[in-house]
Design a protein around this ligand. Structure first.
Ligand SMILES: NC(=O)c1ccc[n+]([C@@H]2O[C@H](COP(=O)([O-])OP(=O)(O)OC[C@H]3O[C@@H](n4cnc5c(N)ncnc54)[C@H](O)[C@@H]3O)[C@@H](O)[C@H]2O)c1
Ligand SMILES: O=C(O)C(=O)C[C@@H](O)[C@H](O)[C@H](O)COP(=O)(O)O
Ligand SMILES: [Zn+2]
Length: 344
């Protein structure tokens, strides 16, 4: 498992660099983390190569990886080089992917700068990039050496991005801790102590990952909301209706809570509570009826599927999830109809 620290970035970064022996150092940023986050760490870094990529899910591709690998290569990085991923989930997933493939693997450290990366993406070792329009289609399981979390980075994060990350916090409550779901959603996004939220989400996620690092079974519960959510995210990615990861997962969680009721006897009352809570935080997510077939088609590449069956992770109760539930295509369509009817 990674060494995960929540502390002032100056303290944690200096400590990690002191105890890590490396030949070359690179820092991966996008234009936003270059502008807002790099100035908070630059003074504590020894000589390094700064690699900048363009932000956004649409750049989480092989093409961007080629740029990163070219930078390592032209700067003669050897196997004892170290990469620092300074950014959100896109930087962490893709930087990690480039690190483990370069010369069969160099070490990497994550410094999450979005809520989503701090509570979820940068923790647990799922690395990857999108391919042929499918989410995280190429990837590895490999934990970072360290994850250095400091809520200070959230100060410059756009409110829409903070809200996107909050969807994974909601997910953690729904799959593992009913009280956490109640407490975190009680006042919308008006949260005073982000550090406590991050710490508890990381605790929930790391416990699951420790029990099942490579998603043989239990880890699939972390994918609640993602079978339908990823398909929605991919469907709208290159359109003017683009959704952020957490927004698509928020819609996916409503649909999959509906499936939990229909297929597992999850309570109607809890379904309504989840639907109302999520719609209050994400009122503007719209899915069009004419897009349903395209969305369902994308679900056939979900990594949890076996024998071409759409395998879902669903809820038994608020706070308890289960996995490997095969779902019929027509039930998925019903779930999407449930979502759009809620909004009428
Ligand atoms: N590996 C995993 O387990 C896992 C888990 C959840 C999500 N993910 C992946 O994570 C990605 C989403 O991550 P994300 O929401 O962090 O997106 P992101 O990396 O695209 O970051 C969101 C935006 O915020 C900007 N930004 C980042 N930090 C900032 C800061 N401190 N101040 C100002 N702007 C800042 C970025 O430039 C970007 O424009 C998706 O690709 C998703 O599939 C992976
Ligand atoms: O860590 C996990 O496991 C997750 O499923 C966390 C998800 O929030 C995350 O979006 C993950 O990248 C999805 O993985 P995938 O295997 O469905 O691509
Ligand atoms: Zn996710």
């Amino acid at each position: 498992m990674s060494h995960i620290v929540i502390d002032h970035i100056e303290t944690s970064l200096k400590a990690v660099l002191k105890e890590t022996d490396f030949t070359q150092l690179a820092v991966l940023v996008d234009e936003n983390t270059h502008a807002h986050c790099y100035p908070l760490v630059q003074a504590f870094l020894p000589e390094h190569l700064l690699i900048q990529i363009t932000s956004g899910e649409e750049h989480k591709t092989l093409r961007t990886c080629e740029h990163i690998w070219e930078q390592f290569t032209t700067n003669n990085f050897d196997r004892k080089a170290l990469l620092i991923n300074l950014g959100g989930g896109v930087i962490g997933d893709m930087g990690g992917f480039c690190a483990v493939t370069y010369k069969r693997g160099i070490r990497f450290i994550n410094i999450p700068t979005t809520l989503l990366a701090a509570v979820d993406a940068n923790v647990g070792g799922k690395l990857g990039i999108d391919f042929m329009g499918f989410k995280n289609h190429l990837g590895f399981f490999q934990e970072p050496e360290s994850v250095l979390i400091d809520p200070v980075f959230l100060k410059t994060l756009a409110p829409r991005e903070l809200r996107s990350g909050f969807a994974e916090v909601i997910k953690h409550g729904l799959i593992a801790d009913a009280d956490y779901f109640e407490q975190t959603t009680a006042h919308g996004l008006d949260i005073e102590n982000w550090e406590a939220v991050i710490a508890h989400s990381v605790e929930i996620k790391t416990a699951v990952v420790k029990a099942d690092p490579k998603e043989a079974g239990l880890r699939k519960i972390l994918n609640f909301g993602h079978t339908i959510g990823h398909a929605i995210e991919s469907f709208y990615l290159n359109t003017d209706k683009k959704l952020l990861h957490g927004e698509a997962i928020a819609a996916g969680m409503i649909c999959e809570a509906y499936l939990s009721k229909k297929l597992l006897g999850f309570s109607e009352e809890d379904l309504l509570q989840i639907s109302r809570t999520i719609l209050e935080i994400y009122p503007e997510i719209n899915i069009a009826k004419e897009d349903f077939s395209g969305i369902v088609k994308l679900m056939y590449q979900d990594k949890k599927n076996l024998n071409n069956l759409l395998n879902h992770s669903l809820l038994m109760n608020i706070g308890k999830a289960t996995y490997d539930i095969a779902v019929d295509e027509k039930d998925v369509i019903d779930a999407l109809f449930y979502f759009i009817k809620l909004k009428q």
